[in-house]
Design a protein around this ligand. Structure first.
Ligand SMILES: [Zn+2]
Ligand SMILES: [Zn+2]
Length: 292
């Protein structure tokens, strides 16, 4: 891929920045993201696009906007126009994952590498209401398909509506944007790490450590608790089985604690030595589509 940012030494540039400045920049970004994410979420509740301020079914053919992707009545021709309008991979992906997460966190995005064939750099499926998109990027896409019209660096998207494919993977060979190239180069030079934040999908369940899960589980947010449940396997020492069962039931009724939290409490307070294993099971997660 031709990348105009290749000649910039980002490491050197970053070394010249004060660490305080970088920290400030990161903090500002986090605040901005939070503000924008809430803006998208609130807008969607009212059927309004946060980016252009228009209703979701509004189309100005000369000004492609991200919300076209969730426009219930848009024509395929215009969707393809949007895909080729220079938004690029990261911005399209960012928009759709934020939209999906605003509906329900994590379970609408399969960003795990499970089932991907080894040629894939990445393949992710995103769902929002009646829509579903799959981004697919193989090494051969990144290199360009030589000897064809698509000999440039590109990625593919499949789009479904109500389970029916409306854009096939092969319909578009979408070029990367300048913004994509800048980000790719900065990641290659190791000056930037990707933290999914509001883009996070099912992959988060394999990365979270146990304490973080517990924190998520006890968050007083009914939306989150519907996203996944835990299954806990409990082994209670024989001599205290009756005692533990009684106390366990009592705490279950009295508190809104999860099983692991109750066990931790019982172990700490009474030294029972109960052993447990917890598995996190997402509720109704999206199933990934693969490009063959
Ligand atoms: Zn818009
Ligand atoms: Zn391709």
């Amino acid at each position: 891929m031709y990348n105009q940012y290749k000649n910039i030494n980002f490491k050197e540039l970053c070394n010249e920045l004060e660490s305080e400045f970088i920290q400030k920049m990161n903090e500002t970004q986090i605040k901005e993201d939070e503000h924008d994410f809430n803006g998208i979420k609130e807008g969607l509740k009212k059927g309004i696009c946060y980016i252009c301020g228009e209703p979701l079914d509004y189309v100005d053919e000369n000004n492609p906007c991200f919300h076209w992707l969730i426009n219930p009545i848009i024509k395929k021709k215009l969707l393809i126009k949007l895909l080729y309008s220079g938004k690029g991979l990261l911005r399209l992906y960012g928009y759709l994952t934020w939209v999906a997460n605003s509906d329900k966190p994590f379970v609408n995005i399969d960003d795990t590498s499970e089932g991907n064939d080894c040629n894939k750099i990445f393949e992710t499926t995103i769902r929002y209401k009646e829509f579903e998109w799959t981004f697919s990027l193989a090494k051969t896409d990144f290199e360009g398909h030589s000897g064809t019209n698509s000999d440039y660096s590109h990625f593919h998207i499949q789009m479904k509506k109500n389970g029916k494919v409306i854009i096939k993977f092969n319909d578009c060979h979408i070029p990367f944007s300048d913004h994509d190239k800048l980000m790719i180069e900065m990641m290659n030079q190791d000056v930037m790490t990707y933290i999914p934040s509001y883009e996070a999908g099912l992959n988060i369940f394999s990365e979270l450590d146990y304490d973080e899960v517990l924190q998520l589980m006890t968050r007083p947010d009914s939306e989150n608790s519907a996203v996944f449940r835990t299954q806990t396997l409990i082994i209670i020492p024989k001599h205290c089985k009756k005692e533990v069962s009684a106390k366990f039931q009592e705490l279950q009724q009295k508190t809104n604690w999860t099983a692991p939290k109750i066990i931790e409490y019982l172990n700490k307070e009474f030294g029972y030595g109960i052993i447990y294993m917890t598995q996190i099971i997402p509720t109704n997660p999206i199933t990934k589509s693969h490009r063959k």
